[in-house]
Ligand binder design. Structure first.
Ligand code: CO8
Length: 258
């Protein structure tokens, strides 16, 4: 498939998607979101790919939803088209892990898109923010919900009410990003981490992702119950037998995804 707003590459067993609207700081227009969904569909269907990295440029992961495209929409336009729900939530439905490698601005819908991924690696120049209130609207792709879960009510409320940006070091301290990488090494490091995940047992990777995500949706006892059942089910895989045998035999495991 050919794309205009994104670049798609396969490195080893990793799918790399680069948002590529440099003149608009990767503002997330409808065409870009559609292409992102198509690329994720392709990567989900490709058995060689075990994990995905989503990145932007060194200047901007994404500076938000495309304000120029949104500006003239009416209430009926956005309500009847279910604006955002259609297309944007594709990332959250991906069964393979998706790592956001964020350099530069991740604002508004850009911050929300990063938070839809499974974890965020930040370049040392990353800046996160929900500035929608400064243009007379509010986060609409999960910002008030996911940011609050990541960084707590006080910081999320301040950021959403004032539009204040959070730099990489504060984002790491607050638990929004897993760690900071020098920006020049960011994509290579994200691909390396994704390859490490792709080398693990594919079904077990999916179960881990499912189980961590469940913690956001349920009570502790239900979540632990869910985790326990998945843990039990790993014993039905050949990969569990291989992984434990390899440990005992002091060799590297060879997972087959069975
Ligand atoms: N939409 C459209 N164009 C944009 C956007 C955007 N979000 N951000 C930047 N651009 C364009 C600029 O208009 C400019 O284009 P042009 O050269 O044609 O004028 C070009 O990118 C470069 O931008 P700047 O000249 O402003 O670059 P600076 O380095 O001076 O500033 C900033 C960078 C601080 C990132 C600045 O561009 C900015 O403030 N951008 C807007 C940030 C923002 O408000 N984002 C939130 C948007 S609203 C939103 O995301 C709602 C989410 C709801 C859910 C998702 C719905 C789809």
């Amino acid at each position: 498939m050919s794309y205009e707003q994104i670049l798609v590459e396969i490195r080893g067993n990793v799918g790399l998607i680069t948002l590529n609207r440099p003149k608009a700081l990767n503002a997330l227009c409808a065409q870009l979101i559609k292409e992102l969904g198509q690329a994720l569909d392709e990567m989900e269907a490709n058995a060689d790919i075990g994990a995905v990295v989503l990145t932007g440029s060194e200047k901007a992961f994404a500076a938000g939803a495309d304000i120029k495209e949104m500006a003239g929409k009416s209430y009926m336009d956005v309500y009847l088209a279910d604006f955002i729900t259609v297309g944007w939530e594709r990332v959250t439905k991906c069964r393979k892990p998706v790592i956001a490698a964020v350099a530069g601005f991740a604002l508004g819908g850009g911050c929300e898109l990063a938070m839809m991924c499974d974890f965020i690696l930040a370049g040392d120049n990353a800046k996160f923010g929900q500035p929608e209130i400064t243009i007379g609207t509010m986060p609409g792709a999960g910002g008030t919900q996911r940011l609050t879960r990541f960084v707590g009510k006080s910081k999320a409320m301040e950021m959403c009410l004032t539009g204040r940006q959070m730099a990489a070091d504060e984002a790491e301290r607050s638990g929004l990003v897993s760690r900071i990488v020098p920006v020049a090494d960011l994509v290579a490091e994200a691909v390396k981490v994704a390859q490490r995940i792709a080398d693990m047992s594919r079904p077990v990777v999916m179960m881990v992702k499912d189980s961590v995500n469940r913690s956001y949706e349920t009570t502790l006892s239900e979540g632990v119950h869910f985790e326990r059942r998945l843990f039990h089910s790993t014993f039905a895989t050949e990969d569990q037998k291989e992984g434990m045998a390899a440990f005992v035999e002091k060799r590297q495991p060879k997972f087959t995804g069975r």
